[in-house]
Write a protein that binds this ligand. Sequence first.
Ligand SMILES: Cc1cc2nc3c(=O)[nH]c(=O)nc-3n(C[C@H](O)[C@H](O)[C@H](O)COP(=O)(O)OP(=O)(O)OC[C@H]3O[C@@H](n4cnc5c(N)ncnc54)[C@H](O)[C@@H]3O)c2cc1C
Length: 444
Amino acid sequence: MEKKITVIGGGLAGCEAAWSAAQAGAQVTLIEMKPLKFSPAHKYGGFAELVCSNSLKASRVNSAAGLLKEEMRRLGSVTVPCAEENAVAAGGALAVDREKFSDSVTKKIRSHPNITVKNEICQEIPEGCCIIASGPLTEGRLAESIGRLCGNRLSFFDAAAPIVTFDSVNMDKAFFAARYGRGGDDYINCPFTKEEYLAFHSELVNAQSAPVHDFDRPENSRDDFTVYEGCMPIEVLAKRGEDAARYGAMKPVGLTDSRTGIKPYAVVQLRRENAEGTLFNLVGFQTNLKFPEQKRVFSMIPGLENAEFVRYGVMHRNSFIDSPRLLNGDFSMRNSPEIFFAGQITGVEGYMESAASGILAGINAVRRLDGKAPLILPRETMTGALSRYISDETVENFQPMGANMGILPDIGVRIKDKQERYQAVADRALAAFEEYMEGISDER
Ligand SMILES: Cc1cc2nc3c(=O)[nH]c(=O)nc-3n(C[C@H](O)[C@H](O)[C@H](O)COP(=O)(O)OP(=O)(O)OC[C@H]3O[C@@H](n4cnc5c(N)ncnc54)[C@H](O)[C@@H]3O)c2cc1C
């Protein structure tokens, strides 16, 4: 029987989804609205447009981005080889000539015998097996349809706080405790003396913010970002007065360092980001500061002097669904298994992460039609860890996440040198990848 799959969106995720499904023998219809209509960030007519930076991040396999690309290559990616063909000099990163890259991907997609491209604005979710990859700027009627399909679990705005690795927090300064002793050791607390707080406040209010695009401003916002009081950027709150943050996100009440008996003047709390407790977010620290400024100013927080930031805070327009409540690890919907999502809209963050999710959605849509078990890579691989992150029901207040070493399980041995440690993590990932693929090769 002919296997038919519709893919909505010819971005990074949609191209990979269409390509991998077509390579697996499905007849794919790829619907792309450009050039009939462009989102506020898209400008170029071709597929797989890079809307901002032209970097696909690090190449070396002992980095999160490099490992992800290596796994993608082994999964049959269309974008990774096109990127390599159109690379421009960028040190250790894989950066591309964005138009040539887009042209290469477009040519491959258009000339694939199993892919038919339809140039139209998709308004409704089509019947049958489909992959929704319409990106972070999905809007209008399609966004409304997706909202209905997801029981309104669709966010239009990303107000995320930075995330650090647990390993990099200085626990000689920070301490575990919950406010008033409720909840045991749920939070890591970074305690400030008065002097430390004043120095931090002064840097925070004078730090440089990232530029704000018109389309990044949420509707009904009172300043650039504040839709409601709870999502105010920490630097905006701090500008309201010297003590404003001490009465807000940094309030010290109910927190005493049991080791010293000292009640701090102010506190930054870190909350678990994943069940393993390898990643923590800075509670209430959603921010629009430039990334280097976040590194500089937030490293002044006692305990975070050497913190490794796996994700910086952002505040921008970004449509994404509440995947942990909606999706399986193969990117299909729990309550409509023939509908798959891929790309930034699932809550993976970044060009290559979006593309990787497209590969998995494409492969798994075909496997679903063939009645085969889903392909979900081991959690030790970067793609496997990302699919687990987006489908992990224990993640509350879900925010998008890019590839980073912190989402992989601990390797269980202490390797002090970071490069060597990451090499061991990458070796383990690729060994787990090969073993898994060998296990399913007979039925592929
Ligand atoms: C402003 C901005 C800047 C970003 N900068 C970076 C960056 O520098 N580096 C990075 O790694 N990540 C960046 N990202 C995050 C993310 O990596 C990109 O958005 C990435 O392009 C996501 O890939 P995607 O395939 O999910 O969506 P997209 O690449 O946006 O693809 C979606 C496609 O769907 C089409 N489409 C949408 N709606 C419809 C419809 N109704 N009918 C038919 N077609 C439709 C669009 O035209 C588009 O071609 C940025 C995001 C934004 C919004």
